[in-house]
Design a protein around this ligand. Structure first.
Ligand SMILES: *Cc1c(COP(=O)(O)O)cnc(C)c1O
Length: 372
C-alpha cells in the first residue's frame, strides 16, 4: 500500500512549470497603463458588445455545440471550408486539444525557442519530450527545426508571428518547413497575431492547411478583436486533424456569448481595420523613438515590441520595469523566462504610448552614460 495521503497527479505534471500571467495591477494605482499582455487597448467593437449584451437573454440555453454561425462567418471571411473549422475557449484550448489528440507520453514535440509558453506546458503535461530549437536573429529557424526532427517526433509547433519576438517567417519558409516534415508529423501554426500582418509574403497558415493532411492553424479573438476576456479562438485544420479534435472537445467548449460576440466582431471589419492601422502606425513610431534613445527593438509585425537592452547600456529589464511601474506603466520584463535582457511592450492608445515613451526617456537619461 502507498504511504501517500492524497492522490498522486500524473508523473508528467511534475515537469510542468506554472504559467505566469502578465502583471495587471500596481498597488495604489487606480488605472495603470497595462502593456503586459498584448491586449487591444480599444476593446471589442460596438457590434461585438451589442451581441454580447443580447446574449444575456438566452443564458439559460446551451450554446450551439456545432458553432455553426461563427464557423460560417469565418469560412466566408477567410475563404475556407466551414467543416474544417473549430472554435474553442481561446485558441489556447485548441492548442491543448490538438496536443491531447496527437501526443502520447514519450513522443517528441519540437518547439521553437520563443514560442507560446502554453504550448510547451501542454506538451509537457501530455508526457512529451519537448525539444526546444534555437532561433536565428530573433526568428524561427526552419533549418534548426528540420534538423531536430527525428523518427519520434509527433508534433512541430511554431507561432507565426512569434511571441515575444514579434517576427514572422515568410510563406515560402513556412512551405519549406511543411515540405521538410514527414507526413505523420503534425505541424501546428499558432497565428494569434496573424491579424496584424500586412506583409504580402505572409501566410497565416491557411494556404498550407488548405492542401495538407498534417497541419492545423490556430487564431484568436483575444488580440486584434479585443475579446481576450471572452475566451474565444478558432482553428482551421486538415480534415482528419479536425475530426480527431472534434472527438475529444467538450460539446460546449465555446460559450454562447463568446460565439455571438466573435461572430459580430468579425462582421465589423471597419473597426478591426482601424485598430490594426493604429497599431501598425504606432508600432513604427515607437520603434523609431526607442531607437533614437539607443534602445534596439526587434522588427515587429505584431501589436507588441521586444526591446533588447544592450549589455553596455547599464539598463536591465528589471530596472526598466521598476522605473515604468513607478510611473503607472506595466511592461512584461522577460529577463528570466524570455530572451536575455529584454522587455515586451504592447502597443497602446496614443496617450498610453506617449506616456510610455516619456517614461523610457527619463529612464535612459537617469542611467549614467558609459565612460568613453
Ligand atoms: C495571446 C496568444 C495566444 C492567444 O491565446 P488565446 O487563448 O486565444 O487568448 C496564442 N498564442 C500566442 C503566441 C499568444 O501570444
Amino acid at each position: 500500500m502507498s504511504s501517500r495521503t492524497s492522490p498522486a497527479p500524473r508523473a508528467a505534471l511534475a515537469a510542468c512549470p506554472p504559467y505566469v500571467q502578465g502583471k495587471s495591477a500596481i498597488a495604489g494605482m487606480e488605472k495603470p497603463i497595462k502593456l503586459s499582455s498584448n491586449e487591444s487597448p480599444f476593446g471589442p467593437s460596438p457590434a461585438a458588445k451589442a451581441a454580447y449584451l443580447a446574449a444575456v437573454d438566452e443564458l439559460h440555453r446551451y450554446p450551439d455545440g456545432s458553432q455553426r454561425a461563427l464557423r460560417e462567418a469565418l469560412a466566408a471571411r477567410f475563404d475556407v471550408e466551414a467543416d474544417r473549422l473549430i472554435a474553442g475557449n481561446g485558441s489556447e484550448e485548441l492548442i491543448l486539444l490538438a496536443l491531447r489528440a496527437f501526443v502520447d507520453p514519450g513522443d517528441q514535440v519540437v518547439l521553437s525557442q520563443n514560442g507560446f509558453v502554453m504550448t510547451r506546458i501542454h506538451a509537457l503535461a501530455q508526457g512529451a519530450e519537448v525539444i526546444e530549437v534555437a532561433e536565428a536573429d530573433w526568428r524561427v529557424s526552419v533549418d534548426n527545426i528540420l534538423a531536430a526532427v527525428t523518427e519520434r517526433t509527433k508534433v512541430v509547433a511554431i507561432a507565426n508571428p512569434n511571441n515575444p519576438t514579434g517576427t514572422y517567417i515568410s510563406a515560402a519558409e513556412l512551405r519549406r518547413l511543411h515540405a521538410g516534415l514527414p507526413a505523420d508529423v503534425l505541424l501546428m501554426i499558432d497565428s494569434a497575431y496573424g491579424d496584424y500582418v500586412v506583409a504580402p509574403d505572409y501566410d497565416s497558415g491557411i494556404a498550407i492547411v488548405r492542401t495538407a493532411s498534417n497541419a492545423i492553424m490556430t487564431r484568436t479573438f483575444s488580440k486584434l478583436y479585443g475579446l481576450a476576456g471572452m475566451r474565444i479562438g478558432w482553428a482551421y485544420g486538415s480534415p482528419d486533424v479536425i475530426a480527431a479534435i472534434q472527438r475529444i472537445r467538450t460539446p460546449f467548449n465555446a460559450n454562447a456569448p463568446a460565439l455571438a460576440a466573435a461572430t459580430a466582431a468579425l462582421g465589423d471589419r471597419d473597426y478591426a481595420d482601424r485598430v490594426r492601422d493604429h497599431t501598425i502606425a504606432w508600432r513604427g513610431r515607437m520603434a523609431a523613438a526607442l531607437a533614437d534613445m539607443g534602445i534596439p527593438v526587434v522588427p515587429s509585425v505584431t501589436n507588441f515590441l521586444l526591446l533588447t537592452l544592450p549589455a553596455d547600456s547599464g539598463l536591465t529589464s528589471k530596472g526598466v520595469a521598476a522605473h515604468l511601474l513607478e510611473r503607472g506603466i506595466i511592461p512584461r520584463p522577460l529577463g528570466v523566462s524570455g530572451p536575455g535582457n529584454s522587455l515586451r511592450i504592447t502597443i497602446g492608445t496614443e496617450e498610453e504610448n506617449l506616456a510610455f515613451l516619456a517614461a523610457m526617456e527619463s529612464c535612459v537619461r537617469r542611467v549614467p552614460s558609459p565612460v568613453q
